[in-house]
Design a protein around this ligand. Structure first.
Ligand code: CAA
Length: 379
């Protein structure tokens, strides 16, 4: 058993870490305050191979594998969690098209994602009335000569206003999960319209919008996979996506812990650094321990995925534990900052807001527990 990264994995992680340190970290507070979508930074990340870390080189990807992707995601999230989620969903879209697309679909979209020509990809599964239960979605795709017409509304779509391609799930058949299909809809397609940007607690520099489909016509070749196969595509994509969100949560928690340790070294009360007090030492120790445990779970899930082995349960465990642990860690780290943690002068205030959503999106903690428990009960 090797717990050391390979040369490639270490290089990808270092590339991401250097970029995050140099460019994202100094910019993150401004992006957050101005709710500014990081257009230029996303293009630079594409140039560094970060928009297709686990995508074959022939499609412009870095072909570095799922473990390298997890490491890179953690490093980018240390710098800016908003940029990281945009990168996470874009990688998920690049991977889903690579895996389930026809050769023509792959060649049409994936190189544009990996090169930054499309600034982002979007994943339009959730709806106002269908969040944890996507099988109940109402968006329809009516079959017409030469293609389909999409009608309905999607909700909480990351990068929905900027995406070059949106993977859209819609009902082509009867009720339930078997009636769903997936479509690749290009940004700017008439009838597909992004709504008002959500006024979020955190990740304020990421773009989150509802999207309406008002008689949105797409050609037959927009269908991804077969008719009725959409739900399984969504679930398989989310299995990988959950490793990404686990890794993002780890990145936010790592930044928080580094900052709390630094604060504890320098802040003096009662004539000595507060890090000398047990009340500060123990939360630091608990946080580092939980962080490493979470990191191992995420890396195991990524490794299983990379090996082509089943990883759905392990990805759910990684997402559940990492996101919950990251929330605990960031909260403790804010406490160490005292009153200074409650104001915007310190980055911990932003981490506290940013980390909150990690137990919610790409499947809530309750949904992860459902996935894990079902696997357990199947035996
Ligand atoms: N891989 C392959 N197939 C899978 C699968 C997986 N991981 N999970 C389920 N399936 C298959 C099942 O085997 C089943 O197949 P058969 O019909 O052939 O038996 C079929 O899919 C239906 O499965 P279930 O009966 O288990 O479906 P369900 O309706 O009970 O739902 C669920 C299961 C796990 C709760 C699922 O609905 C789920 O994951 N919900 C959460 C949705 C979610 O994560 N949304 C996130 C939105 S995207 C987002 O947040 C992105 C962003 O912008 C940041």
């Amino acid at each position: 058993m090797h717990i050391e990264p390979t040369e490639t994995q270490a290089l990808v992680a270092k590339t991401a870490r250097d970029y995050a340190e140099r460019t994202l970290k100094p910019l993150a507070a401004t992006l957050d305050r101005e709710e500014r979508f990081p257009l230029a930074q996303l293009r630079e990340l594409a140039d560094l191979g970060m928009m297709g870390v686990n995508v074959p080189a022939e499609l412009g990807g870095a072909e570095a594998g799922a473990v390298a992707y997890s490491l890179a995601m953690t490093e980018i999230a240390r710098g800016c969690a908003s940029t990281a989620v945009t990168m996470a969903v874009t990688n998920m879209v690049a991977e889903v098209i690579t895996r389930f697309g026809t050769e023509a679909q792959r060649e049409r979209h994936v190189p544009k994602i990996t090169s930054g020509d499309y600034v982002a990809g979007a994943f339009a599964l959730s709806e106002p009335e269908a969040g944890s239960d996507p099988g109940s979605m109402r968006t329809t795709a009516e079959k017409v000569p030469g293609g389909y017409v999409l009608r309905g509304q999607k909700q909480w779509i990351t990068s929905g206003a900027h995406a070059g391609v949106v993977v859209v799930w819609a009902r082509t058949g009867g009720p339930g999960t078997k009636g769903l299909s997936a479509f690749l809809v290009e940004g700017g397609t008439p009838g597909m319209k992004a709504g008002k940007h959500e006024d979020k607690l955190g990740l304020r520099a990421s773009n989150t919008v509802p999207i309406t489909f008002d008689d949105c016509a797409v050609t037959e070749d927009a269908l991804l996979g077969g008719e009725g196969g959409g739900f399984k595509i969504a679930m398989m994509a989310l299995d990988g996506g959950r490793i990404g969100i686990a890794s993002q949560a780890l990145g936010i928690a790592t930044a928080a812990l580094d900052e709390a340790a630094d604060y504890a070294r320098n802040r003096k009360q009662f004539g000595k650094p507060i890090g000398d007090f047990q009340g500060v030492k123990w939360p630091l120790a608990d946080s580092r321990t939980e962080l490493d445990a979470a990191r191992l779970l995420a890396l195991r899930a990524a490794w299983l995925k990379q090996e082509g082995r089943p990883f759905s349960r392990e990805a759910a465990m990684a997402k559940l534990f990492s996101s919950e642990a990251a929330n605990r860690i960031v909260s403790r780290c804010l406490q160490i900052h005292g009153g200074y943690g409650y104001v915007r002068d310190f980055a911990i205030e932003r981490h506290y807001r940013d980390v909150r959503v990690t137990t919610i999106y790409e499947g809530t903690s309750e949904i992860q527990r459902t996935v894990i428990a079902r696997a357990e009960l199947r035996g």
